[in-house]
Design a protein around this ligand. Sequence first.
Ligand code: FES
Length: 101
Amino acid sequence: MCVRVEQHCILDVDKKEKKVKITVDGKEIEAYEGEPILAALLASGIKVNRYTVKKHEPRGLFCGIGQCSDCSMVVDGKANVRTCITPVKEGMVIMTQDGLK
Ligand code: FES
């Protein structure tokens, strides 16, 4: 089941007016401009954001408030972006993070 984050303790996610396209691991998905990247990913059924360095284990949503880094991904070429607190912008290119990059 896919869900969309309707409330967030840090970010304003109430305004879902403009749909935009973002690319995740080469696949284009729809998102609402300004919602957390992680919210858009979850709404599209994407639950793995990164793989750990040592054991290559999958990680995804854990704290949801920017404290744990389990949701880190590569966003527009920059690694270690915490997707739970980073707002969506039109045309973002997002990649699952493998280790530290
Ligand atoms: S889920 Fe913990 S920092 Fe994003």
